[in-house]
Design a binder for this molecule. Structure first.
Ligand code: NAI
Ligand code: MG
Length: 367
């Protein structure tokens, strides 16, 4: 069966990084019996320049019909003054909304060769491979009421509301359990049931779903503050962490500092499974932005984008061996001291975007 990939390279270094993924896909189709069919569209500033919108309806339809979307990055100073509803980020927000991407996956992988770039002691993070699954469309960022009112006595009152329904907790924990099965089969759920009703329900729903459908997966519960502490004390104890929108926002930023450069961090966002095929809507993208300061110079680190494609192989297509091999190829190239400028270290060889992509592809071919 044909696997439809929709590529949205975007702006700045987005297209440069995407080119390196394109080479890997071409190789997989030519030599590994892959049947990836790629189509490509415009998003962000490049879509605005061509069509006056952040993403065209035609490209939205293609994104909706694809098995997975690969997204580069959007934005840049030349679009700072465009109207709010067609600004580059609006393309990303539209994709997340229409694809209903409620699960945000942020891995924290520490390649051994970069362990000394971590903010923790190298031995604590060497070989680290955890996945934070953050609920993305609910919780306190969206709950109503959300107001600031004048109390009339020189005081104001700000209200944000944390709201979670059973189905929202169920679907995000189902994602976490399913992903754990493709990894080390362990989930840690984090909430604050000691002080929040949403935490009580979260804990209860996760526990019940686990019992009903995922009892083969190891499940642990942790209070989110203690979880944050454990994440920097002994991060290797975790496999998959599942948590709400707010805690997930903070915990994934903390986890990202365990691993080194922004140019290394991939991410994924997943939606509901298709009624017929069971395939989840999915979009894969690097955590970094369009890096206008280095765009067009051929020096961007393509690893975050390539690692995002590895996540796509693993989580959209179940190609675990190929995903493992691609991640191993990245690790081996780093071990050999091949580095882009952002991760350059003493005694290493500095290369550009294309050379880094070529080195990873050559290594991938040899594995
Ligand atoms: P940024 O992530 O683009 O860059 C931050 C710093 O990290 C820069 O010095 C950049 O050169 C460096 N960097 C980032 N990725 C790199 C890579 N792959 N290789 C080497 N160095 C890399 O964030 P910034 O500067 O805050 O935003 C720049 C533009 O990107 C803005 O227009 C912003 O709105 C947009 N942006 C877009 C995102 C997206 O498309 N998802 C996410 C974050 C920012
Ligand atoms: Mg954040």
């Amino acid at each position: 069966t044909v696997r439809k990939l929709f590529l949205l390279p975007g702006d700045g270094i987005g297209p440069e990084a995407m080119n390196e993924v394109r080479k890997i896909i071409a190789y997989m189709n030519a030599e590994l019996g892959g049947s990836y069919e790629t189509d490509e569209g415009l998003v962000g500033g490049s879509a605005y320049d061509a069509h006056g919108v952040a993403i065209s309806e035609g490209d939205m339809a293609k994104a909706m019909a694809a098995d997975a979307v690969l997204f580069g990055a959007v934005g840049g100073p030349q679009w700072d003054a465009v109207p709010y509803d067609v600004r580059p980020e609006a393309g990303l927000l539209r994709l997340r909304k229409d694809l209903e991407l409620f699960a945000n996956l942020r891995p924290a992988i520490c390649y051994p060769a970069l362990a000394s770039a971590s903010s923790l002691k190298p031995e604590l993070v060497e070989g680290l491979d955890i996945l934070i699954v953050r609920e993305l469309t609910g919780g306190v960022y969206f709950g109503e009421p959300k107001t600031i009112t004048d109390l009339g006595n020189g005081q104001k009152r700000a209200i944000d509301t944390q709201v979670y329904d059973t189905y929202e907790i169920e679907r995000i924990s189902a994602v976490a359990f399913e992903l754990a099965r493709t990894r080390k089969n362990a989930v840690c759920s984090m909430e604050k049931r000691n002080v929040m009703k949403s935490g009580v329900l979260w804990n209860q729903v996760v526990t019940e779903l686990h019992k009903a459908k995922f009892s083969d997966v190891k499940l642990e519960h942790m209070l989110a503050d203690a979880g944050g502490m454990q994440l920097v004390r002994a991060p290797k104890q975790f496999d998959v962490i599942v948590t709400d929108n707010l805690f997930g926002d903070m915990l994934s930023d903390v986890a990202s500092m365990l691993t080194g450069s922004l140019g290394m961090l991939p991410s994924a966002s997943l939606g509901a499974p298709d009624g017929k095929t069971g395939q989840r809507k999915a979009m894969y993208e690097p955590v970094h932005g369009s890096a206008p300061d280095i765009a067009g110079k051929g020096i961007a680190n393509p690893i975050a984008m390539i690692a995002s494609f590895a996540m796509c192989l693993r989580y959209s297509f179940g190609e675990i061996a190929q995903a493992d091999a691609l991640e191993k190829a990245i690790a081996n190239v780093l071990d050999r001291g091949i580095r882009t400028g952002d991760i350059m270290a003493e005694g290493c060889k500095q290369v550009g975007t294309v050379e880094m992509g070529d080195a990873i592809l050559a290594e991938f071919k040899s594995l």
